[in-house]
Design a protein around this ligand. Structure first.
Ligand code: MN
Length: 253
């Protein structure tokens, strides 16, 4: 089995090292990853300057681009054979609910899927990674059997990627794996007003309070309760219920 591993935290991130360690017992790993942090770059593509991959090992490249650039370059140019799976992560931080729309980690898996390769995004729902690096390392024990299961499904569901979130607990305390749907999260106070050194107003997006809502089978509930959350996602954003109800309002146009 051939894996393409990428991330949005950059090629030096601990999370990616852990994902490689989890995948290596299952097949051959090729890494093509951004040369620096690209978190929250979503599905952006670099069109206005060329990309220069730098070889960092036998099957390892760093790219001065986004996670989406990395997947596209890997599949269309760098890998001699197409990968069987794209694995993205392990992201330093959760990717649940609306996070999946901002996430570079999830976008890399989406790009794999768009190019016809089954893909899995993995995130670690820990807070302060400096404190949690040892817990992140331990997740390899949890992740290898999960990856083995997902990559040997009799048929990987079509047009689907799996979005995995690992709970921030020691591996032995993980209660199990739950199939979930996306919850909803609201940020408040996430735009911080500040002054620059010249006294002018500036704003820094980030931080703030996060609150979650969602049904019992939602991703954040599973993680909160100590389970690994696995959410199947697809790229079709069509709202089918709204389309069905459209007769009522469409005719009046
Ligand atoms: Mn990230």
């Amino acid at each position: 089995m051939r894996f393409l591993v990428t991330n949005d935290d950059g090629i030096l991130a601990h999370g990616m090292e852990c994902l490689c360690a989890a995948a290596e017992p299952l097949g051959q790993v090729t890494v093509v990853a951004p040369d620096r942090e690209q978190s929250a770059t979503s599905h952006s593509l670099t069109l206005h300057h060329p990309l220069r991959p730098v070889r960092r090992g036998e099957r390892k490249w760093q790219v001065d681009g986004t996670p989406t650039d990395c997947v596209m370059l890997a599949i269309e140019a760098l890998m001699p054979e197409r990968p069987d799976f794209v694995l993205s992560g392990i992201n330093h931080g959760q990717n649940m609910g609306e996070d999946v729309l901002y996430s570079g980690t999830v976008a890399a898996a989406m790009e794999g899927l768009a190019l016809g390769v089954p893909s899995i995004a993995v995130s670690f729902a820990g807070g302060d990674l400096r404190a949690d690096v040892s817990q992140l390392r331990e997740q390899v024990k949890v992740l290898t059997p999960l990856l083995k299961h997902l990559t040997s499904l009799p048929s990987f569901p079509a047009d689907t990627l799996f979005n995995v979130n690992l709970p921030p607990v020691p591996a032995d305390d993980v209660k199990g794996v739950k199939l979930t749907r996306l919850g909803r999260r609201a940020y408040s106070g996430s735009v911080a007003p500040m002054k620059d050194p010249w006294g002018r107003s500036i704003y820094w997006i980030g931080g703030g309070e996060i609150s979650w809502t969602g049904e019992a089978d939602s991703d954040f509930r599973a993680v909160q309760e100590g389970y690994v959350s696995v959410t199947p996602l697809h790229l079709d954003l069509t709202h089918y219920d709204a389309l069905k109800g459209a007769e009522r309002w469409w005719r009046s146009l």
